[in-house]
Design a protein around this ligand. Structure first.
Ligand SMILES: [Zn+2]
Length: 364
């Protein structure tokens, strides 16, 4: 399973897919899963793969996002330097001197670099000041606005960090868009397992859009599917480096995790406190499969589950994920063993849901 996860993850990390421009990622996933189960794409661009099951049992939506953060071109200067707006929670500390790809079309994408002012010319306070995304310049080498435009770059062109995958020691993978192509690879592997099952509940696998933009792409899928339960697959903040040590107990390589509390105060006033039956389900599944299960409670993080849980009469929800280091930086880090264990956890959990599964709040 780890070999397939490595293969899928590497392939998906190599494909640019800024929010709202996930089509190439979706095509790759749809091609890989072709024939496993009926699939469709909704008007937003969510890819929905449905494994029909027991109509008397609760239905489950398992979802993960295809998009990644980055930039949109805002202005092209007369000298050909390109100015951008940031799209999503870009870590601006990590932007300087990065390679980027301006996405004008498959096979035609234009490479560029984020200019870092000549070090020899920086003043003492410039040396320690982080530039904001609107202040940076991207150099594609074209030298004039006309040449940039002739290459297909216009206001609104998506820009991502140049895709790269670095195999680190000990089955760790570093690179661009581990968030959330690792989730996509996990759910693809889950699809292959579901295709082989003989009985079970209805499971909708959703590869969702625009999570990094406004967290609401998956909400549209939930509105049309009307699931009773939702399981969201994304990163969990690894806290086993010195800079993160005070924030929690989540270790990279320590196995999958569940979130018991997430909240994002800045503007959104949203987050998820999981349904108790979903917590029990994951704990029981981990025990049954002999897997470790880490726990997260964090302020400052938010996923699209925050909106999915509010659909219809309410959806019994939980965030489940893999530990990741350096979130939203150009190079993020995950562990293949964690991804494989996450697949097993999800498969085991789904197999434990039946018509008698109790989602009432009154259970003692
Ligand atoms: Zn994510």
């Amino acid at each position: 399973m780890k070999d397939r996860l490595r293969h899928d993850l590497t392939a998906l990390m190599g494909i640019p897919g800024l929010s709202g421009h996930e089509d190439r990622v979706r095509r790759a996933i749809a091609t890989a899963l072709d024939g496993l189960a009926p699939m469709r794409t909704d008007r937003m661009g969510n890819l929905i793969v449905t494994f029909q099951g027991d109509a008397n049992a609760p239905s489950v939506m398992v979802f993960t996002h295809m998009d990644q953060l980055g930039f949109f071109v805002r202005k092209i200067d007369a000298d050909g330097l390109i100015r951008v707006e940031r799209m999503g929670g870009v870590a601006e500390r990590a932007m300087a001197a990065q390679a980027v790809l301006l996405c004008v079309g498959e096979g035609r994408d234009v490479p560029g670099v984020i200019l870092n002012k000549a070090h020899h010319a920086t003043t003492p306070d410039e040396k320690y000041r982080v530039l904001k995304a609107p202040e940076i310049y991207i150099d594609t080498g074209h030298g004039s606005r006309a040449a940039v435009e002739a290459a297909g770059i216009r206001v609104g062109t998506p820009v991502v960090y140049r895709p790269q995958v670095i195999a680190l020691a000990d089955e760790r993978i570093a690179g661009t868009s581990v968030d959330d192509r690792a989730g996509c690879a996990v759910v693809m592997e889950l699809a292959r397992l579901l295709a082989r099952r003989e009985t079970g509940v209805t499971v909708h696998l959703v590869f969702s859009v625009q999570e990094e933009f406004n967290l609401r792409g998956a909400q549209v899928a939930a509105q049309s599917l009307g699931p009773d339960m939702a399981i969201q697959i994304d990163l969990m903040l690894a806290t086993d480096t010195p800079d993160m040590a005070e924030r929690g107990e989540m270790a990279l390589g320590g196995g999958p995790g569940i979130s018991l509390y997430s909240f994002h105060g800045r503007g959104t006033l949203n987050g998820v406190i999981p349904h108790p039956a979903m917590v029990r389900l994951m704990e029981d599944a981990a025990r049954a499969a002999g897997l470790p299960l880490q726990r997260s409670a964090q302020v400052g993080v938010l996923t699209d589950l925050s909106y999915v849980q509010l659909v219809g009469e309410g959806v019994a929800s939980i965030d489940v994920g893999f530990p990741m280091r350096a979130s939203h930086s150009a190079l993020e880090i995950c562990d293949l063993g964690d991804l494989a264990a996450l697949v097993t956890l999800l498969d085991t959990a789904l197999g434990r849901i039946d018509a008698g599964f109790d989602l009432s709040r009154d259970r003692a």
